[in-house]
Design a protein around this ligand. Structure first.
Ligand code: PBG
Length: 328
């Protein structure tokens, strides 16, 4: 019977028989240095505060983020992406361009703690700083004013560059933001400060927990500037535009629901491609694992491996530290 022609000669299962065989033939490996940890720092906090919709993720104080930065550097992860939560918000997001505003203070503190051991990528966007919660400034009729927002981004970008940012995480989805901020940085002699462009950023329901984390005051949605999730061509156009305007890295966000876009970006981009495994993606895993419905560690590693397999060499994830520990 074993030699009957009906039985297979070619047996792919042979290479799956042991963990050692599987390891030998694995095509994709996630390394801690691929991972970037987003961190939230709230002005005036003295103790870290756990975010209800993101168990295991905290709003940090400036002191506690220093410790976290040291831990992240020891874990060998690639970088940190700080987000600031100011005490005072206003229409133009004044705290974003204040050298003593929370994001600038955080950027300097992290830099002081870890030197050049981690890539520091503060968020270049106004939404944490505006009282209306939009990513830009508004016209009198309440719509987002693209070009007035660019001027604020340029000012914010310069301040963050002075505070020690390696890269600026341009996440606002205003037209021309990469070119405009690039020109402002260059004019100021900041040619070494790079731009990580949130090139294809979709209006996503999965940002919910993030908006809790930054105590967002947004009413409504961001659909006039973030992309419609029905579209691919638009994402490719956005990616091309950001590359033409000088993006050093292009990012796709969210990650798992948009792996087709990650793959398309990797196929066409001459610069490194990143993907952001966002708050809702993290929260789903944590919530299901808390109920015992899925295995947390395995789900995290499977998610990150899939994102890398699709073509993202860099992954922003709230699970960066635990993944680094699992991968060690
Ligand atoms: C905007 C910004 C957002 C996220 C990162 N940068 C929120 C939004 O666009 O509403 C979301 C990240 C996440 O959900 O983890 N500055």
């Amino acid at each position: 019977m074993p030699n009957s022609p009906e039985f297979p000669v070619i047996r792919p299962r042979r290479l799956r028989r042991t963990a050692a065989l599987r390891r030998l033939v694995a095509e994709t490996r996630v390394h801690p240095s691929d991972l970037v940890l987003p961190v939230f720092v709230k002005e005036g906090l003295t103790e870290p505060l756990e975010i209800a919709s993101m168990p295991g993720v905290f709003q940090h104080s400036v002191d506690s983020v220093r410790k976290l930065a040291v831990e992240a550097a020891r874990a060998g992860i690639g970088g940190l992406m700080p987000f600031g939560i100011p005490l005072l918000r206003d229409a133009i997001g004044s705290a974003a361009t204040d050298p003593n505003g929370i994001l600038n203070v955080t950027t300097r503190a992290i830099r002081e703690e870890i030197g050049d051991d981690l890539v520091v990528i503060p968020d270049l966007c106004l939404d944490e700083f505006t009282d209306h919660g939009h990513c830009g400034v508004l016209r009198p009729d309440g719509t987002v004013d693209n070009d007035a927002s660019l001027m604020r981004y340029a000012e914010m970008g310069l301040t963050l560059a002075e505070s020690g940012a390696d890269l600026l995480g341009a996440s606002g989805m205003m037209d021309g933001q990469i070119g405009y901020v690039r020109a402002a940085l260059d004019e100021a002699g900041r040619t070494d400060t790079g731009l990580l462009a949130y090139a294809a950023k979709y209006a996503s329901a999965f940002y919910g927990p993030f908006r809790d984390a930054v105590e967002s005051q947004l009413q409504g949605d961001r659909r006039t500037y973030q992309q419609d999730n029905a579209n691919t061509t638009e994402a490719l156009h956005e990616i091309d535009l950001d590359i033409q305007q000088g993006a050093d890295i292009v990012m796709v966000k969210p990650a798992l629901p948009y792996l087709d876009i990650v793959k398309a970006a990797a196929e066409r981009s001459p610069v490194p491609v990143a993907a952001y495994h966002i708050s809702g993606e993290y929260a789903q895993i944590v919530a299901a694992a808390e109920r015992g419905w899925i295995d947390r560690d395995a789900a995290i590693l499977e998610s990150l491996t899939s994102i890398k397999r699709a073509g993202a060499g860099i992954i922003a994830t709230y699970a960066a530290l635990e993944a680094a520990a699992l991968l060690r």
